[in-house]
Design a protein around this ligand. Structure first.
Ligand SMILES: [Mg+2]
Length: 207
């Protein structure tokens, strides 16, 4: 009876930062400041103006290279172990979204993490947030060698999920990222509040 041909999404692609976990790089600046001759504001400014984080998250630097270059830039004098904690321990749970993910998994819906991130963050998150182990697969910028909204990393998502176009429902808080998904025909939600996003996921028929 129905003549609708547009596919229904069969998997959900989650951005990580500010969708599932809140984060604050101001914490990094304050902690680095405690082991350098500079104050937190100066360090924040140095990090904001530096391409180091972009290079790290696009897979152009190892953990050790990032550690050495940030130390040189900011005057940080601590060890790599502590540095790894400083950069990793900046996340807090967004519980309604983590609950949403759990409901999708309980219904057998494949779910994917799609994140501009780095190895220090991923290690910390894996060790501290049990929900994070429950995704079907993970697409990270530092492994892909490209950052959202670069189309190359969206192509990797399509390969890894085995899906394309409206078979994918994609949630991200950054407009340029959802726009790049929308341009490929993905169903998208520009995440602003858990309430709105949960309603949108429900409207698609997943819950
Ligand atoms: Mg985000």
């Amino acid at each position: 009876m129905s003549t609708v041909t547009s596919p229904t999404p069969t998997a959900v692609v989650f951005d990580l930062g500010k969708v599932l976990l809140e984060f604050d790089y101001g914490i990094v600046a304050r902690r680095l400041a405690a082991h350098s001759g500079r104050d937190a504001e100066q360090i924040r400014g140095l990090l904001d103006q530096s391409p180091l984080l972009f290079r790290f998250e696009s897979g152009q630097m190892s953990n050790d290279e990032f550690f050495r270059e940030v130390s040189a830039l900011t005057g940080y004098t601590g060890a790599l172990d502590e540095f790894a904690n400083i950069f990793g321990d900046i996340f807090t749970a967004i519980h309604p979204m983590i609950d949403l993910h759990g409901q999708l998994r309980a219904r057998g819906v494949p779910t994917f993490i799609f994140s501009n991130t780095n190895d220090l963050a991923v290690r910390h998150i894996r060790a501290n947030f049990p929900f994070f182990a429950q995704f079907t697969d993970y697409i990270y910028s530092h492994e892909a060698g490209a950052m959202k909204p670069d189309p190359r990393i969206y192509e990797i998502v399509e390969r890894r999920t085995g899906r394309k176009g409206a078979e994918l429902l994609y949630l991200d808080d950054r407009k340029e990222n959802v726009d790049a998904g929308h341009a490929r025909g993905w169903r998208v939600v520009h995440h602003q509040t858990p309430e709105q996003t949960i309603a949108a996921v429900r409207a698609v028929g997943f819950l």
